[in-house]
Structures are given as C-alpha cells and as structure tokens.
Ligand binder design. Structure first.
Ligand code: PEP
Ligand code: MN
Length: 336
C-alpha cells in the first residue's frame, strides 16, 4: 500500500502519516520525488484503518501495491534510484552509462595491471575481476581467492578505478570489506541463495545482482527485495542472458529486461553482453544495443591475450576492440 501526498504537502503532514503508520507496527519508506511524495507501507496492512489515513492532511490517494516485491517496485519510489559508489561515481537515473571492464578472473599482477590500464585509458569507470569463480567443473580454475582481492586492491590503488568482484560465500564477506571491493557482485548461480542475500542486506556496499540463468524478472526482483528489505538500498541489477532453446550463443540476451525493469522498478540495470553471448565478436553489437535501449551501464570482459586467459577467453575483447566499442558508446549516449 502506498500513500500519495498532495503536491507541495508539508513536512509536518508527511511526518504525521509516517508516525501514524509506524505506531501501528508497520514500516514506511518515504520517497520524495520531484512531482510528488509517496509513503510506502510495508507490513500487515490490516492493522491500518484506511479511511483514517485518507482523511489526514495533504493525503491525495492510497494505492494498493499488488506486486510481491514492494521496496523494489516503481510505485514505491517513482524516481529512478541513483547508486553512488564510495568514490562518488553515480550509476542510474540520468547519469551517463557506466562501463565496467576487466578480465573474467584475476590471474597475476602483470596481466591484471596491463588490462586495468588499458580499460581505464579506453574510458571504463570500474574494474571487474573474479577472485572466486563459480565453475561448472570442479577441476577448472577456481580463482586465486584472497590473493585475487589483494591484486585487485593494488590495481585499484594504481589506477583509481573502483573494483567489482564476485562473492560466492558469506564467509568471505569480511575480506571483501577489508580490501575493499567497491561493488559486491552476486553471480547468476547465487541469485536465489537467500541466506547470502540476507547477509548482503546488512552490508553498506553496493550489490550487483545478476539475473539467474533461468530466473523470471519477478523472481529476480524478489531477490533484490531480500537485499533491500535487509536495509541495503544500493542494488544494481545486471541482465547477463538467460537459458533458452538457442545454443548458438552461450545464453540469450534478454534486452527487453531493460525497459521492463525500468517500468517495474526504480533500480538501475546494467547489461553483461559477454556472458550473454559467449563469443567476443557478438559483444560490441549487443553492447551498442544495450546502450540504445537505455541500460545504465555495461560489464564487459576484456583480456590482453584472450587465447591464454584462465577463464572465458573466447568471450573476452582485446583492448583495441574494447577501445573502439567505447567510442561507439560515447557516440550513442548523445542520442539517449
Ligand atoms: C562473471 O561475471 O564472471 C560470472 C561468472 O558471471 P555470471 O554469474 O553471470 O555467470
Ligand atoms: Mn566470465
């Protein structure tokens, strides 16, 4: 249920509604938009006498939110949420799309620093790199673990780029906060790891929540809801392709997720074309399409020697191709 306040309603009227609702044991989420202020009610609505709220000063109307995701819903927060990283970089809203780039996995300092310098020079604003890798085979390279985070922290210091890296297990969270990792990525395979999502609700770090391999948009938003309801409002959604009958690409990029999410939710959404298509030569066109569709950013795998990459070499762009793509991205942004 949301209470829509009249345009220009006073702080006192807003506080009165909040106080009344909270006194009945519900929680509130106040969203002060340009056009209007809405007060979201979360909890047992039967404890509220609707007609009493309707007659409070400056209350315009009361709308039922039928969707199971409440805090992630656009109705609750009519304006786009803008996520600010600890270095001040803003993702979402009317800000220019943010491109995150780097290797699939951190391998060693030489390779990481070469890639980090290259993506920075091309215009990437965040460095990606996995330290723990969710591999289908237990015999495949599993990531460097803590050493990977150490190398990412060094690259962060040398380039000034914030870091995004995947957390697979809550037990490693203290390490992510220690180094630190600026955006904690939750991979597709963990999108419905609810105990992990609950832990992230208590963390003061932005979370990049990837869409599960076979998750519907509603299931994805319900996962975001776990993090939001725990108290962490900084959630960025990431579409990375879903399982379909098509085998020619690694997954099928559901680009329609961009306008659908924009309508259903206020959270920013970025696109991962690399894991979606699985072949480097399809990555630039899907990246351009994502920017044209209104995505708030991209996360792209780049490697200086893809043929030698420890993981996902076939979908990594070489730095030169990435630099060319960044020029296209900058050109397209002007038309949004
Ligand atoms: C990754 O970003 O390296 C990754 C494993 O992604 P996903 O969870 O989307 O497969
Ligand atoms: Mn990868």
């Amino acid at each position: 249920m949301i209470v829509v306040m009249r345009h220009g309603s006073s702080a006192e009227s807003i506080a009165k509604v909040v106080h009344f609702v909270e006194a009945a044991g519900l929680k509130t989420q106040v969203s002060q938009g340009v056009e209007r202020t809405v007060i979201g009610l979360i909890g047992d609505k039967t404890r509220i006498d609707r007609s009493l709220v309707e007659n409070m000063p400056d209350v315009d109307e009361i709308i039922e939110v039928s969707k199971p995701y409440k805090r992630a819903a656009r109705e609750m927060h009519p304006d786009d949420t803008v996520i600010t990283l600890d270095n001040g970089l803003k993702i979402g809203g009317k800000n220019d799309p943010v491109v995150m780039a780097g290797p699939c996995t951190v391998e060693n300092w030489e390779v990481l620093s070469e890639i980090a310098e290259a993506v920075k020079a091309a215009g990437a604003r965040v460095l990606r790199g996995g330290a723990w890798k969710p591999r289908t085979s237990p015999y495949a390279f599993q990531g460097l673990g803590e050493e990977g985070l150490q190398l990412l922290a060094r690259a962060r210091e040398e380039t000034g780029l914030p870091i995004v890296s995947e957390l697979m297990d809550a037990k490693d969270l203290p390490l992510f906060l220690k180094y630190p990792v600026d955006i904690i990525q939750i991979g597709a395979r963990n999108m419905q790891n609810f105990s992990l999502l609950k832990e992230l609700g208590r963390v003061d770090k932005p979370i990049l929540l990837k869409r599960g391999l076979s998750a519907t948009i509603e299931e994805w938003l319900m996962s975001a809801e776990y993090i939001l309801s725990g108290g962490n409002a900084r959630v960025i959604l990431c579409e990375r392709g879903i399982r379909t009958i098509e085998k020619y690409t690694r997954n099928t990029l559901d680009l329609s997720a961009v306008p659908v999410i924009k309508k259903m939710s206020h959270l920013p959404i970025i696109i991962d074309p690399s894991h979606a298509v699985g072949h480097w030569d399809y990555v630039p066109s899907m990246s351009r399409a994502a920017i044209a569709a209104g995505a708030d950013g991209l996360i792209i795998e780049v490697h200086s020697s893809p043929e030698k990459a420890a993981c996902d070499g076939g979908q990594c762009l070489k730095p030169g191709v990435f630099a060319g793509l960044m020029q296209d991205v900058r050109a397209l942004v002007k038309y949004r």
